[in-house]
Design a protein around this ligand. Structure first.
Ligand SMILES: Cc1cc2nc3c(=O)[nH]c(=O)nc-3n(C[C@H](O)[C@H](O)[C@H](O)COP(=O)(O)OP(=O)(O)OC[C@H]3O[C@@H](n4cnc5c(N)ncnc54)[C@H](O)[C@@H]3O)c2cc1C
Length: 303
């Protein structure tokens, strides 16, 4: 079962490795700088097809001509990682092939000759297994894979002419304003029990001069903050001087978003919470007591 994997930015290794389980050829389509194509080739897919955009031309501009190439090859499986440009290329190719698109895939397999796609739902609390009837396009959201040692693939240049995009972006979207370059971020998770209690952590953020952020379920499932405010693998990747996690368990998918933080501090009432393994400082306690007490102490410093 041949697979084509769309790669436009770093963080591609999981998406490239996932289709190996299918046993067919893995073709990596790289739209980006030469170094990116070389890095992908070194991971040993069966083939690398490389498109080099001119400066200022986004990878998405190649969606339609690339979709024609994919449609002619008709691979059974299309894969993209989580980055927006790769997903746009995948979407156009899926439309050209008229195959369904499944987001949130964490695993691909062949069982009894049939393709199975495992998807994470409800923030990873549930895994469903889909059995597509034919070809399929998946957005891979699973673990990163360790770099493989395989013979390096050759890089074939795809000479595509990009079509002018019918849409344009006047300013970056998807990243909450202020969060990406904030010095301090106070972030909260499901330890906060009710929407009205968000005011408690907002008060701490205000006292610290910090931006407010959250874990994925707070934005995605509960809608207490805008989706542009959650941190993690599928959300914001930030590098503040201080990241203060309040009532957040510290799932690997969450921590991926704060790898660049200089100091991670955590407040959690469970002494065994995973966040404490990654935190430089931790307070074991009930956030409903600890946060107001912290705010009171910070207020005293200001006087
Ligand atoms: C493919 C995939 C991608 C994902 N991407 C992301 C992502 O980008 N970002 C993300 O955040 N998650 C992501 N997730 C979800 C992630 O796996 C976790 O489910 C999620 O981060 C958990 O959120 P949480 O820590 O707020 O909630 P919980 O896991 O419910 O943790 C709540 C924490 O609060 C503590 N607590 C409870 N009450 C109190 C109290 N009174 N005082 C102090 N502490 C308290 C608990 O001890 C617990 O540790 C992803 C999952 C999958 C499968």
């Amino acid at each position: 079962m041949d697979s084509w994997v769309f790669i436009t930015a770093d963080g591609w290794s999981g998406a490239l490795e996932a289709p190996r389980a299918l046993g067919g050829r893995v073709v990596a389509v790289v739209v980006g700088p030469r170094e990116l194509a070389e890095g992908v080739a070194a991971a040993g897919p069966d083939e690398v097809r490389w498109v080099e955009p001119k400066p200022g031309v986004p990878p998405e501009a190649f969606s339609l001509p690339l979709a024609d190439v994919v449609a002619a090859a008709a691979p059974a499986v299309l894969v993209a990682g989580a980055d927006p440009a790769a997903r746009a290329l995948l979407g156009a190719a899926a439309a050209a092939l008229e195959v369904p698109l499944l987001p949130g895939a964490v695993g691909l397999a062949v069982e009894d000759g049939h393709l199975r796609v495992r998807r994470a739902l409800a923030g990873g609390q549930t895994i469903e297994t889909c059995a597509p009837g034919g070809g399929v396009a998946v957005i891979y959201a699973g673990e990163d894979a360790p770099a493989a040692t395989r013979p390096e693939a050759t890089i074939e240049v795809l000479g595509l002419t990009c079509s002018p995009l019918a849409i344009g972006a006047s300013e970056p979207v998807g990243q909450a304003s202020g969060l990406s370059d904030a010095e301090r971020v106070v972030s909260f998770g499901r330890g906060v029990r009710a929407r009205e209690d968000v005011a408690i952590v907002q008060a701490l953020a205000d006292a610290c001069g910090a931006e407010l952020a959250c874990s994925m379920p707070i934005a995605d499932d509960l809608g207490w903050l805008d989706k542009s405010r959650y941190v993690g693998r599928s959300g914001n990747h930030i590098a503040p001087a201080l990241y203060l996690a309040v009532g957040i368990a510290g799932a690997p998918q969450h921590l991926e978003g704060v790898r660049g933080a200089r100091i991670v501090a955590a407040i959690n009432n469970d002494p065994d919470a995973r966040i404490f393994q990654s935190a430089d400082y931790g307070i074991v306690g009930d956030l409903y007591e600890v946060v107001p007490a912290l705010v009171a102490e910070i207020d005293k410093l200001d006087k």
